[in-house]
Design a protein around this ligand. Structure first.
Ligand SMILES: Cc1cc2nc3c(=O)[nH]c(=O)nc-3n(C[C@H](O)[C@H](O)[C@H](O)COP(=O)(O)OP(=O)(O)OC[C@H]3O[C@@H](n4cnc5c(N)ncnc54)[C@H](O)[C@@H]3O)c2cc1C
Ligand code: SF4
Length: 601
């Protein structure tokens, strides 16, 4: 199925190294300079006409051709890659599949709870146990708790939160293992390479992606270490970037994919991994809380997942439709751990890791059109998370597997450029059924915590997910009220035992970015942070960013405020891209390999 004479094997992918995709002096067959930029095939913004004189003298990009390119080595992208290769093997077909991952290794940017529902994994790799998949903590007990400032009241566990048969895992480690399974099947995975740009053919269809140039300095000029990006061209490109993918966002616009969908709505999840004292360890225990420290109008809650080896994953998720600009998700999380019913779990323990990541919470009514000429969206890029379950891994994997099946059939049949079979197949899977049933639960929390819980009970027990109506979503960035209409929130100082500050937290996320590069946090209008955000909302980016990237700094007299962006601290959670009230912040990928280095989140 590989186009004649263009097999990746002949293009020496072994030559791809983190320093540069091809070693110096290597001109693989099929990579003639003419072939690199065929007329009319240069990506948007990169036309030779638009280049500066200096850029014209720089080395041009090379390209590699695959049958399928997948952007993102999360569970959806890896499940798609594995399924494609399985199908190729079953049908004795040749199929080249490449996965790009912006993290320094597979798993480095993966952050999840995580309780895994193994349904998709059972389908994809039925003998996962024999193959040593890292699912070693079976779920044993579920607790659902309502917190007041001083009390913890146990409530009946909602049916969606029953976890019998599930496993407490590190999703990063599961992805590392999935990556090994994919490579064993012949998938080429390139960690440390961020897809920075979508490539289009002359007919407007997606032709693949290009990785970003390395060595473009802060001043926007190529530095001594400049290396051009690489074009990865494909017959079909799968975007598996996870929640709020930066290329996915461009595709939404280019193909008007969100035209008939509700706005996507999001949560921000902040997580820590702890080693607790043995007496506090309860492997298999799963605790969820709602209530304190959030007020009842703010959607959110915590999770505590007890792993084996005296480890506890603790996290807090806050709906990004919160309205008080003074709210700080990070400090709400820190305060949560000081609750008298929660603190003992962590006292005497050691915090091992920290990180944050946004989640797509809109569900079925927020799903965009899933396909476009030349490509498609899978996993959280599209938004398949089941909110009442707080689980998106099984649905992300199943969407990737379904996309793979549709792509394989499509490429064999040689149909047009858009794989319409993917959404069609997906509608007949359990993913659709699952999301259909719970579609009204998240939007019902617009009536506050108690209204939401009451509606969820009605919807689940009485209507059984078959309500003849669908509740709708609004965009999160429109939810912020003006600071003048809100009360500032006083957060307690961190005690350094169970609660901490942002900087010491970011330190243990092992975040690193090459210093001499353009900021990947771009502002459409540089005046907005002060004239709009500070003036009207008291600069909420100072509080919603869980990594302390945004700071308002003033001169010695306390005047002339300006926004300082500490981009090197960014943990790639994407919250600023979502929550900025005028959508002025635009997150783009930094140089590949930059960002957090999560060990086992
Ligand atoms: C705090 C929290 C708790 C959660 N708890 C659970 C849980 O308990 N159970 C559960 O099932 N689900 C849970 N989820 C949801 C689950 O983690 C996601 O649904 C799932 O990870 C989605 O998989 P994905 O492959 O779509 O995206 P992701 O897992 O986000 O993976 C995307 C990958 O693509 C890479 N990438 C992105 N853009 C680019 C680019 N341009 N170039 C190259 N690489 C790129 C990223 O670095 C990343 O590795 C939780 C999520 C969060 C944030
Ligand atoms: S800068 Fe944006 S994406 Fe980076 S950590 Fe802060 S909020 Fe998240």
């Amino acid at each position: 199925m590989t186009p004649e004479g263009m097999t990746p094997e002949r293009m020496t992918p072994e030559g791809m190294t983190p320093e540069g995709m091809t070693p110096e002096g290597m001109t693989p067959e099929g990579m003639t300079p003419e072939g690199m930029t065929p007329e009319g095939m240069t990506p948007e913004g990169m036309t030779p006409e638009g280049m500066t004189a200096q850029e014209k003298t720089l080395p041009q990009r090379e390209f590699m051709q695959y049958d399928v390119v997948i952007v993102g080595a999360g569970p959806s992208g890896l499940a798609a890659a594995i399924r494609l290769k399985q199908l190729a093997a079953e049908n004795s077909a040749e199929l080249s599949v490449c996965v790009l991952e912006k993290g320094s290794e597979v798993g480095a940017h993966i952050l999840s709870g995580a309780v895994l529902e193994p349904r998709a994994l059972n389908e994809l790799i039925p003998d996962w146990q024999a193959r040593g998949a890292p699912l070693d903590t079976p779920a044993r007990e579920d607790r659902f708790v309502f917190l007041t400032a001083t009390r913890a009241i146990r409530l009946p566990t909602p049916p969606q939160m029953h976890n019998a048969g599930n496993f407490i895992i590190s999703l990063g480690n599961l992805c590392r293992w999935l990556g090994q399974q994919a490579e064993a099947l012949g998938v080429e995975i390139y960690p440390g390479f961020a897809a920075a740009e979508v490539l289009y053919r002359e007919d407007g269809s997606v032709q693949g992606v290009a990785t970003g140039d390395l060595g473009i300095g802060r001043d926007g000029e190529p530095s001594a270490r400049h290396q051009p990006g690489m074009e990865l061209r494909a017959r079909q490109t799968l975007f598996a970037e996870g929640c709020r993918g930066s290329l996915t966002k461009a595709l939404f616009e280019r193909f008007a994919l969100r035209q008939s969908a509700d706005p996507q709505t999001y949560g921000l999840g902040i997580k820590e991994l702890w080693e607790v004292v043995p007496a506090q360890s309860q492997p298999g225990a799963i605790v969820h809380t709602v209530g304190w420290p959030l007020d009842s109008a703010t959607y959110g809650g915590s999770f505590l997942y007890h792993l084996s080896g005296n480890q506890v994953a603790v996290g807090f998720v806050i709906g990004l439709d919160y309205s008080n600009p003074y709210l700080s998700p990070f400090e709400e999380f820190q305060r949560f751990k000081t609750h008298p019913a929660i603190r003992p779990t962590f006292e005497g323990g050691r915090r091992i890791a920290y990180g944050a990541r946004a989640l797509s919470e809109g569900g079925l009514q927020s799903l965009p059109r899933l396909t476009f000429p030349g490509g498609m969206l899978v996993g959280d890029s599209a938004g398949f998370l089941n909110v009442p379950k707080i689980k998106g891994t099984h649905t992300a994997m199943k969407s990737g597997m379904t996309a793979a099946e549709a792509v394989f059939a499509h490429l064999q049949g040689g149909g047009g450029t858009e794989v319409l079979g993917y959404p069609e197949r997906l509608r007949h899977t359990w993913v659709w059924d699952e999301l259909q049933r719970v579609r009204n639960i998240r939007p019902a929390f617009r009536w506050g915590l108690f209204g939401g819980i009451a509606y969820a009970a009605l919807d689940t027990y009485l209507l059984r997910g078959k309500a003849p109506w669908t509740l709708h979503h609004h965009a999160d960035h429109t939810a912020l009220r003006k600071a003048a209409d809100c009360t500032p929130i006083e957060y307690p100082k961190p005690d350094g035992k169970v609660s901490f500050d942002r900087l010491s937290s970011v330190f243990i996320s092992n975040t690193n970015h090459e210093e001499d590069q353009r900021s990947h946090l771009t502002l459409l209008d540089a005046s907005v942070p002060i004239q709009v955000n500070l003036a009207l909302y008291d600069a909420p980016e100072q509080r919603y960013c869980p990594a302390g990237v945004y700071e308002i700094v003033r001169d010695e007299q306390g005047r002339n405020p300006r926004l300082q962006i500490n981009a090197q601290n960014c943990v790639h959670c994407k919250t600023c891209d979502i929550k900025d009230p005028t959508q002025n912040i635009h997150w783009v990928v930094p140089e590949g390999g930059g960002g957090p280095n999560y060990p086992n989140m």
